[in-house]
Design a protein around this ligand. Sequence first.
Ligand SMILES: Nc1nc2c(ncn2[C@@H]2O[C@H](COP(=O)(O)OP(=O)(O)OP(=O)(O)O)[C@@H](O)[C@H]2O)c(=O)[nH]1
Ligand SMILES: [Mg+2]
Length: 344
Amino acid sequence: MKIGLIGYQGSGRSTLFAWLTGVAADPALAHVGQSAMAEIPEPRIDALAKIYNPKKITRAAIEIADTPGLSRDHAGSAGRLATLREAGCLVLVLAAFDRGDPLADLASFDEDLLLADMEIVANRLDRVAQSLTKPIPRQEREQLQHEQDTLRLVLTAMESGKPLRESDMTEEQLKVTRAFRLLSEKPRMVIVNTADDEEHPERFTDKSTSELPIVAVPAGLELELARMSPEDRAEFEAEMGVGGADRDGLIRQLLAISGHKIFLTAGEKEVRTWLLPKDGTAVDAAASIHTDLARGFIRAEIMTCADLVRLGSEREVKAQHLVRQEPKDYVVRDDDILLIRFSV
Ligand SMILES: Nc1nc2c(ncn2[C@@H]2O[C@H](COP(=O)(O)OP(=O)(O)OP(=O)(O)O)[C@@H](O)[C@H]2O)c(=O)[nH]1
Ligand SMILES: [Mg+2]
């Protein structure tokens, strides 16, 4: 699952990328962008490791993509944003250091996203119109006409500056547009990259809503802190009275915004976290482990991590009848430890 860092040139995307992933951004790749994985911090893993003493511990990770910066005159934006079609979530990085005006940039960047989407919709409309001039079976023609009607509505809404998520399209119409994975439709959040000595980050985060969460991070400073030894860091933080942006919390927030959750598997061989879409079921979980497990799925045996940690052993959880048997369509919950029973 990919999360795209986007923003104007020099907003601090590469600094944030390095902070989130621990991988230094390669300047030679600045014009095409680059990706690295960020493990999802999961404190429950440590508790499970104590119980199982596993040979291996594996943490689920999300892919963080640093992308080429856009210029403020919108030139070439659509092309630079093209790699983000596959992203599950966009993080808009806005500069608030060196007299940057993040809130003005936010409005302007929305326009960039909308323009990039309009280009896609307009191109598709051209192709649909062309296909409709040819002799084609009636059913196909009707489908294309439905698509054309919908896309025309979409384009009109966009031309008036309105992103789709604010328009009153029907579910049926939204189905057509979803296939295009439009940028202005993606879940997103804002990271305001503040100056190291910013005293009032709340002047930015005050505007945060559940629709558009806003977090303030002094990325340059945080990256420096992350590279220090724990002792140097503690000393520096105490002296300067700074530091402590919640990187772990931010990564978990990105996971939630992108519509994902994690589930756990645990045993002596391996303790592991896995990614799953937020409405993912037991059989989806099985499929993410291995397709064979989904194909031969019989049932999932589930206990909660809280029960296991409280009781100290799997045997005790069983003795207290706290292992549930769940079918394919059971929606996996946070804290579930799954064991998939399957036949080959
Ligand atoms: N003062 C201050 N400067 C920063 C901060 N973050 C980044 N910078 C500076 O801003 C410049 C750009 O940072 P990058 O992380 O390379 O920004 P970017 O968005 O990747 O830039 P481009 O890829 O060149 O568009 C660098 O000179 C950084 O040192 C910050 O939090 N505070
Ligand atoms: Mg960069």
